[in-house]
Design a protein around this ligand. Structure first.
Ligand SMILES: [Mn+2]
Length: 426
């Protein structure tokens, strides 16, 4: 299925006058306060988030998986699905591949298909948390941290292969997330596990092309319950520093213990020039991987405040690799991604509205009340007209979910692919 430009224009006709009224009203009131609305629209229009190749199908839990009709059965179909979301939102202009779930058969054809859909290849992800068919060594007791040289070598070789695949497609970064850890006290020697991990990562790092970056992801628990080798941002930063200047920490919103101050982590990493990648999702209890902004939109806004501050004030930090890392088993996965993209754009727009000069002055005057007022003034602004305007400007639709339903995208996909297809992934 491919959405035609004319269809998008037709969809926008009915909502345009209502949109213009709201947009003009908001622009007027923001401009009066000295906000550069055009600058915000441009920033929103430029902002692109990668979609992971495994998020196009319905997610499972450890208790089961209920497939959604019309799921993409091949990498080609996954790229087409991202193309559909991108044509509606103009915000999903990249794909992040998980290897070995999505190894291309024909590289040239995949590159052409991606270009046709205006999709770039973002970070590639290695997978040493599962055993694959015909694999010699098992990752049951760890991969890059394993006490066995043979297992470590196999895991290192896999990461190098992922770099090679990514390189053929035009990716420029490798994301490493390790499931390595222990479920019981005494099972692992912490120092040995970390030392092996550092040495394995250095081996992989040295194999990367000179213009590549490595993102090291951390997580406090799961799939193991007593300890993980890369448990927090401090450990990730230590490992990144041990590898070299093109290794960075990756922050995944769901990979923190409850109530962790993620915005502070983001801020400090950017000050040190070491925040490389960012994974969006939301959660109530643990790494729940639910729709961005569905549970804690204010926390997301505070995180975006620090991201915006860092992007404006920390030239030592590289441009970030943004990805949605969410998947669950209830909603249509494409509608879920559209909602996540919308939440990301809204939080970004609100953070861009914060009067940074006024905030600094209030901080210096120790006017705590005013500091809160400044943040919440931005947060309480309904920025949806700005997000819609950015979408219109780049050729998207005013209301992507409504458009998705009106075009009967899922029904079309089921017609094309059948009811019982299952996407690769978790
Ligand atoms: Mn992640």
């Amino acid at each position: 299925m491919k959405i035609q430009k004319q269809q998008l224009e037709d969809l926008n006709k009915s909502g345009i006058s209502d949109h213009k009224t709201k947009f003009n009203f908001l622009t007027q009131s923001l401009s009066k306060d000295g906000t550069d609305v055009e600058n915000i629209i441009n920033k929103l229009a430029e902002f692109q988030v990668a979609i992971p190749s495994w998020a196009l199908g319905a997610g499972g839990t450890r208790f089961g998986r209920f497939s959604y009709g019309g799921e993409p059965a091949s990498l080609e179909q996954k790229i087409e699905d991202i193309g559909l979301i991108h044509s509606l939102t103009q915000t999903a202009g990249a794909v992040s591949l998980h290897i070995p779930w999505d190894v291309p058969n024909d590289y040239q054809a995949i590159k052409e298909l991606a270009a046709l859909n205006k999709i770039k290849f973002d970070a590639v992800n290695s997978n040493t948390f599962q055993d694959q068919k015909d694999q010699k060594e098992t990752y049951k007791y760890g991969s890059l941290s394993n006490t066995s040289v043979a297992v470590r070598e196999q895991a290192i070789a896999h990461n190098k292969e992922v770099i090679e695949i990514g390189n053929k497609l035009g990716s420029k970064s490798l994301t490493v997330w390790l499931a390595d850890g222990a479920s019981f006290p005494g099972q692992n020697n912490f120092q040995t596990a970390l030392t092996h991990t550092q040495n394995s990562l250095i081996d992989i790092y040295e194999d990367m092309p000179a213009d590549w970056k490595m993102f090291i992801e951390y997580k406090p628990y799961e799939p193991y319950f007593y300890s993980t080798v890369i448990q927090d941002w401090g450990t990730s930063l230590m490992l990144a520093n041990g590898c070299g200047e093109r290794a960075y920490t990756l922050v995944d919103l769901g990979h923190h213990l409850p109530n962790t101050n993620i915005e502070q982590i983001v801020s400090i990493l950017m000050l040190k020039g070491k925040l490389g990648g960012f994974h969006f999702n939301d959660s109530k209890y643990g790494d729940d991987d639910i729709t961005v902004g569905s549970i804690k939109p204010y926390a997301l806004f505070l995180i975006f405040n620090e991201l915006v501050y860092g992007m404006q004030n920390n030239p030592q930090n590289p441009e970030l690799g943004w990805m949605i890392d969410a998947s669950h088993n209830l909603k249509d996965p494409l509608e879920d991604l559209i909602q996540s993209l919308e939440a990301i754009q809204e939080a970004y727009a609100k953070a861009l509205l914060i009067d940074q000069n006024a905030l600094r002055a209030a901080q210096e005057a120790h006017d705590v009340t005013r500091c809160q007022e400044i943040l919440q003034e931005a947060y309480r602004t309904d920025v949806r007209p700005l997000v819609r305007e950015a979408r219109l400007k780049t050729g998207g639709v005013i209301n992507p979910i409504a458009a998705y339903r009106k075009l009967e995208v899922r029904e079309q996909l089921i017609k094309e692919r059948g009811k019982n297809t299952i996407a690769t992934g978790l």
